[in-house]
Design a protein around this ligand. Sequence first.
Ligand code: FMN
Length: 190
Amino acid sequence: MPNLFREEARRLMRLILWAAAGVVVVGGAVMAVFMAAHSLSWRSRPEILEGTDPSRRALIVYQPGLSPRTRDVARTLAQGLNATGFTVTLDRPGRHLPVDLTAYRVVAFGSPVYAGQTSWALRRYMASITAWGTPDVVLFTVGVNPYADNTASLAELVPAEAIRHRVKFHRGAEDRLKALELGRTLGSGD
Ligand SMILES: Cc1cc2nc3c(=O)[nH]c(=O)nc-3n(C[C@H](O)[C@H](O)[C@H](O)COP(=O)(O)O)c2cc1C
């Protein structure tokens, strides 16, 4: 009887170890997919919102996530700016983007957050910028953790005096309103 009990206990232990190994492997694979998607340089897909004042131009560069949240925040920010007369260009990070930003009054960089990390593709683009000019720079991240804005890795690639806002969007439905208001605030020069 004690032998039978010991055998059962060993079987149970083996089962638990296999289950734990499965969780580690599947979890690692899921994480790898998210991190890879987050690191891709995408092909150019510019969206341009024409404004009423050609001298006021804004550029918004965002890393698309696996869901549309980051893209939606970027588009809503663009609409807020556009409502104040700005011509806004939205695009994804990559070699197609300008490295001279002197034509822009406002520049925003946005990334989803996975495992505390911002997009590598976005950071690579930001590091390639050779002329900043004097734009108001906005850094934003999209995630679920309200306690960390995760923009530090982006901020270190921007001249400190240019940064106007560092924002974490973490509230789902309320993010659109927040993005719209941020766009309007930037557009009105506040
Ligand atoms: C594997 C994984 C890791 C995540 N890590 C973080 C994190 O460290 N901080 C955070 O605020 N959100 C984290 N999130 C939440 C995502 O940032 C959130 O789902 C966000 O909507 C992703 O942007 P997207 O919707 O544009 O893809 C994580 C989500 C997943 C699936």
